[in-house]
Design a protein around this ligand. Structure first.
Ligand SMILES: *[C@@H]1O[C@H](CO)[C@@H](O)[C@H](O)[C@H]1NC(C)=O
Ligand SMILES: *[C@@H]1O[C@H](CO)[C@@H](O)[C@H](O)[C@H]1NC(C)=O
Length: 285
């Protein structure tokens, strides 16, 4: 591995730009020119994934001229967790996905961001990864509600995972990169996020627990959207988006930006709610 001077320089300029931003004054033009040169010089990079070469205090979507191995270009993300009474542990939401959006909140192309990594064997990749607990954890916390996990995980990888710029193979040291390792890393990082932003526990802490399933046309034992939002605001200081079909709870979305390469922190939601009364039913599993 060689010393990576142009990049260290880029990091320096980038933090200078951050400081300038917070004081609402433009960086001097000379710095901008040097920044462009730095990016030019840096185009033959092969080592970028090393934390010590990335500034740790960048905030996604706040700077444009930042190396996309160090700060995700699609830096506004949705963590979608689902509540499906037929799947997953009775005391846990399961994962739908982590979806990078553009910094303007727009969705990325439906076919993802990198055809060359549109793997169709994601379940195998996960099963054979060096992360020996990943496959079991995926089956437990990320089941497809259509019963085909490989299809579901493959879809999530191709459409969303390939858009995480910090996981591009060019960001890894060539001498240590194992093909497809970023696929397993993508899923592991999301399972970790689910655990950290554990919706079941956050709701429970505000006394919101699943209620008995009721047959019949009119939902009973429902919660209000406001109760859901307040519980999550109490836990993490932001509102979620809450998604229902009719009154039946389907998903809760949390929005994130990223500090440094991969430190996710919650931000206010950019999407819409589709619930009024929320039927949060006990799971039958
Ligand atoms: C998955 O598919 C890719 C591309 O076809 C292949 O290179 C890789 O070996 C496969 N991985 C596993 C674990 O089957
Ligand atoms: C739910 O909250 C109650 C107290 O409000 C606590 O005793 C219980 O352990 C919590 N359950 C879970 C699963 O966190």
């Amino acid at each position: 591995m060689h010393i990576h001077l142009p990049f260290v320089f880029l990091g320096f300029v980038a933090s200078a730009a951050t400081a300038a931003d917070t004081h609402a004054s433009a960086p001097p033009l000379i710095a901008q020119d040097q920044l462009n040169n730095a990016i030019e010089l840096d185009s033959n990079k092969d080592v970028h994934h090393l934390p010590e070469t990335c500034p740790i205090d960048t905030i996604s979507c706040q700077q444009t001229d930042i190396d996309t191995c160090c700060s995700p270009r699609n830096g506004l993300l949705v963590l979608a967790q689902q509540w499906d009474t037929r799947w997953g542990p009775s005391d846990a939401f399961t994962v739908h996905g982590l979806w990078p959006d553009t910094c303007e909140g727009a969705q990325l192309p439906g076919n993802g961001c990198d055809n060359s990594r549109a793997y169709t064997n994601v379940s195998n990749i996960i099963e054979e990864s060096i992360d020996t607990t990943l496959y079991n954890d995926m089956n437990k916390y990320w089941p497809s509600n259509k019963g085909d996990n490989n299809w579901f995980w493959t879809h999530e990888w191709i459409k969303h995972g390939t858009c995480v710029t910090t996981l591009h193979p060019s960001c890894y040291a060539t001498d240590s990169y194992q093909p497809q390792q970023e696929v397993a890393e993508y899923f592991r990082s999301i399972l970790d996020l689910r655990e950290k932003y554990n919706l079941f526990n956050a709701l429970n802490a505000s006394g919101i627990v699943p209620t008995e399933q009721m047959s019949g046309r009119r939902p009973k034992n429902t919660y209000t959207l406001q109760q859901f939002k307040q519980a999550i605001r109490t836990a993490w200081g932001v509102d979620p988006n809450v998604k229902c079909r009719g009154s039946r709870l389907q998903e809760v979305w949390l929005w994130f930006k990223v500090r440094g390469r991969d430190s996710y922190y919650p931000v206010e939601p950019w999407g819409k709610d589709s619930c009024h009364r929320i039927s949060y039913q006990r799971k039958s599993t």
